[in-house]
Design a protein around this ligand. Structure first.
Ligand code: NAP
Ligand code: G4F
Length: 349
């Protein structure tokens, strides 16, 4: 008997990779997406899995729709990835971020508690929880010190997950994931903003790249490696919380330099620092010690940041080269007419 998995936020970077990973493992995969004026299924199309999924419309702020998603999918495992995930935007929309990224966790956990507390639950926690608490690698025992409305909302989600684990005996895990990137990363995040701009500058489609804080350091891994850890957490005997990282950190400045190196250009001739991209508060340094995940889950990162930078720049170069030849990207004009199974209130339409 194959297992059912429900992924909230299946249209995002991690949701798409996780869906592919679970399909390859033989799962029946259900995913929630929210209503938007323009459909946003390009990542699922890019990975060629759009027509293999069961899609359920649900919004994090609508408790009834989250409850319905759990009812419809009858999941063995829920991967809660949906969130307002952009730290910068959380300063502009702090209340919405609290509603979605924070309270959204309670809505899905309440649905599980009410429907079937045997359902296993994964919460997408984050290295942003640590804020500026340390300038060394941190593990599961280090204290949290959130430095953005996003991180504060995730802190609420982290503790809600633990409360439902301890209070209601739900198999609920926090994956404390450090930054992870890929060619499917949203364009506003720094790594993809850089790889996309480098490709366009190399092909003469753009001349400059405007960035904010170049001194911030991050522990950057590869998203497909990281989604495997989510699954591994839910296959253990006992629920627990795990740091997932590469234990290497590099600055934004260094990332930019290496990315321009891939196309043989000097970054200083193209990058301009622009105050618009600075945040009221930023996290200066993040590096994760993933020893516990290595020991208990047998998980290690396969792709480190040097390889990640090359892979991302080359992927964007390929996209823009195809664009120059007249091809149009699915993410410019998503194809909504394929065979995706959209389920609403139990009815397939
Ligand atoms: P992402 O690409 O931004 O995807 C977020 C997903 O949440 C999208 O499917 C988005 O839908 C959905 N969503 C947003 N608001 C919603 C709402 N009101 N109702 C329903 N769905 C909503 O993020 P990601 O990089 O895949 O990250 C997945 C999760 O891991 C997030 O919770 C993030 O905070 C967390 N995380 C990410 C990282 C990282 O480095 N990537 C590290 C640690 C933790 P749309 O497609 O319609 O926008
Ligand atoms: O790519 P970022 O926007 O990622 P950030 O803030 O680290 O958050 C990401 O990783 C978290 C895990 O640690 C996730 F929880 C979260 O959901 C998200 O996926 O920014 C990285 C750094 C920051 O210090 C930022 O200030 O890059 C700096 N930066 C400098 N210039 C910029 C820019 N960031 C963006 N997005 N755009 C800039 O122009």
């Amino acid at each position: 008997m194959s297992k059912n998995a429900l992924i909230t936020g299946i249209t995002g970077q991690d949701g798409a990779y996780l869906a592919k990973f679970l399909l390859d493992k033989g799962y029946e995969v259900f995913g929630t997406y929210r209503r938007t004026s323009t459909p946003n299924f390009w990542r699922l199309q890019y990975l060629n899995i759009f027509d293999k999924l069961n899609l359920i419309p649900a919004d994090l702020v609508d408790a009834g729709s989250m409850l319905e998603a759990v009812k419809i999918s009858e999941p063995d495992e829920v991967y809660h990835l949906a969130a307002q995930s952009f730290v910068g935007a959380s300063f502009e929309q702090p209340i919405g971020t609290g509603e979605m990224t924070g309270l959204g966790v309670t809505r899905i956990l309440e649905a599980i508690r009410q429907i079937d507390n045997e359902i296993k639950f994964y919460q997408a926690s984050t290295s942003e929880l640590y804020g500026n608490s340390s300038n060394k690698a941190v593990n599961e025992d280090n204290p949290f010190k959130p430095a953005s409305p996003y991180a504060a909302a995730k802190l609420y989600g982290y503790w809600t997950t633990r409360i439902y684990r301890e209070g209601y005996d739900i198999f609920a895990c926090n994956g404390i994931l450090f930054n992870h990137e890929s060619p499917l990363r949203g364009l506003e995040f720094i790594t993809r903003k850089i790889s996309n701009a480098v490709a366009k500058i190399a092909l003469g489609l753009e001349t400059e790249l405007r960035l904010g804080n170049l001194e911030a350091k991050r522990d950057w891994g590869y998203a497909p490696d990281y989604v495997e850890s989510m699954w591994l957490m839910l296959q253990q005997k006992e629920p627990d919380d795990y740091v997932i990282a590469t234990n290497e950190s590099r600055s934004v400045r260094d990332f930019v330099e290496k990315a321009f190196d891939v196309v043989g250009l000097n970054w200083q001739e193209h990058v301009k620092v622009d105050s618009r991209f600075f945040r009221p508060l930023d996290v200066n340094f993040l590096q994760g010690d993933y020893s516990k995940a290595k020991k208990r889950l047998g998980w290690v990162p396969k792709v480190k940041s040097d390889e990640l930078i090359i892979l991302m720049v080359n992927d964007d170069l390929d996209r823009w080269n195809r664009w120059l030849k007249g091809e149009r990207f699915p993410w410019d004009a998503p194809n909504y007419t394929s065979d995706a199974k959209i389920i609403t209130r139990g009815l397939k339409i």
